[in-house]
Design a protein around this ligand. Structure first.
Ligand SMILES: [Zn+2]
Length: 95
C-alpha cells in the first residue's frame, strides 16, 4: 500500500491561491491581498464599465421622458423627435 504525499504543486496552490479576475474571470494569483484584477487592463476596463453604468442610470429618467414625449407626440416649438432624443442623450455625457 502506498502512502499519499502532498505534491509541491498542492503546497504552492495553498500558499498562492488563485482567484478569478473581477473583470475577465481568468484565474490568477494575486500579488497583493487586495488585488482583484489580473491586469491593469482589466482594472481599467472594469472601472470604465462601472462609469458607463452610472452614466446610464443618471441619464435614464431624461431618456425615458424623451421617449415618452416622442411616443405621445408632446413636442413643442420646433422640437423634433431627433432634437428631443439628442438632448436626452447629452445627459449621458453630463458629469
Ligand atoms: Zn482579467
Amino acid at each position: 500500500m502506498s502512502t499519499a504525499t502532498a505534491s509541491p504543486n498542492a503546497f504552492s496552490a495553498k500558499q498562492d491561491p488563485e482567484v478569478a479576475c473581477g473583470y475577465c474571470s481568468t484565474p490568477f494569483t494575486p500579488r497583493r491581498r487586495w488585488q482583484t484584477f489580473c491586469s491593469a487592463r482589466c482594472r481599467t476596463a472594469f472601472h470604465a464599465t462601472e462609469a458607463r453604468k452610472e452614466a446610464i442610470q443618471r441619464a435614464a429618467p431624461a431618456l425615458f421622458e424623451a421617449l415618452r414625449r416622442i411616443a405621445a407626440s408632446e413636442l413643442v416649438d420646433g422640437e423634433t423627435p431627433a432634437s428631443v432624443a439628442t438632448a436626452a442623450i447629452k445627459e449621458l455625457r453630463a458629469p
